[in-house]
Design a protein around this ligand. Structure first.
Ligand code: FMN
Length: 247
């Protein structure tokens, strides 16, 4: 068993890139990365993912606004939109005279499998030397994104992906110690988790200081603030409106 393979090294070296050189990502590279991503495992082979490469300059500019604003959405060499896509399943039902009739499980599968395919696509891009940044900001003004991309029923935008030649070398953002996420046989007590979290908070503050961040606060403080207020509260209504069943 080799624990120092180039693949492991590549995975460990990930960091999000938010400054890119003004070089486009060739179609051949995008195609190769997405084809590699398609080899991700997928529940019962449902393959519920589509990707739109946004090439139109005006659409990119508009998306940069809708996603934040986040300038790198317009500036990266390429911008991809990952869609949880049940369209092909609906068409198959319709063609065979059946009613598309699913519940939350189908929606969850479409999201889970799309995330798996996206991350494999990301690894492929990183293996080619590109930098990436996921863009969850795509869900901030989802209806407007939907309109801009003219998405049909059953196609749910999840997140965007900036890809390009890195023009920065940010330091690696430290993760929770593995003891906080990897357990044997049973889930740990809250006290144990809280202790590990405080240790991580110190490390996280060090990282933020070293990055010159304006606000220095521990990870758990940041999480407490984040999850104490509802975010993107129109999402359930939006996804229901696109045909998703959430019950
Ligand atoms: C689904 C998803 C959505 C994200 N959305 C954004 C985003 O809108 N803007 C951004 O700058 N970073 C975004 N990120 C990047 C995270 O902030 C980043 O992965 C995290 O802080 C860890 O840092 P690292 O990727 O450099 O290790 C997103 C990441 C994921 C997985």
């Amino acid at each position: 068993m080799c624990m120092n393979s180039p693949t492991l090294e590549l995975l460990r070296s990930h960091r999000s890139i938010r400054r890119y050189k003004p070089e486009p990502v060739p179609d051949s590279a995008i195609r190769a990365a997405v084809e590699a991503g398609q080899m991700a495992s997928t529940s019962s082979s449902v393959q519920p993912t589509s990707v739109i490469v946004v090439k139109d300059h005006r659409k990119r500019e508009r998306l940069a606004e809708l996603c934040g604003p986040q300038r790198y959405v317009a500036e990266a060499g390429a911008f991809l939109v990952f869609l949880a896509d049940t369209r092909r399943h609906r068409l198959a039902c319709e063609r065979d005279g059946l009613t598309y009739d699913t519940r939350l499980e189908a929606f969850m599968v479409s999201i889970i499998d799309t995330a798996l395919m996206a991350e494999k696509t990301v690894i492929a891009f990183e293996a080619m030397g590109y930098g990436i940044c996921y863009i969850g900001g795509l869900r901030t003004r989802t209806s407007e994104v939907d309109e801009l991309l003219d998405l049909p029923e059953g196609v749910y935008p999840l997140f965007g992906l900036c890809v390009g030649v890195p023009d920065e070398q940010p330091s690696k953002r430290p993760r929770l110690p593995v003891e906080a996420v990897l357990f044997e046989d049973r889930y740990p007590d809250d006290d144990k988790l809280l202790n590990i979290m405080s240790e991580y908070d110190e490390q996280y503050c060090q990282y933020l200081k070293q990055r010159g961040a304006k606000t220095i606060e521990g990870w758990s403080e940041r999480m407490a603030k984040k999850f104490a207020k509802p975010e993107r509260t129109d999402l359930a209504a939006y996804y229901r409106g696109k045909g998703a069943r959430l019950d």
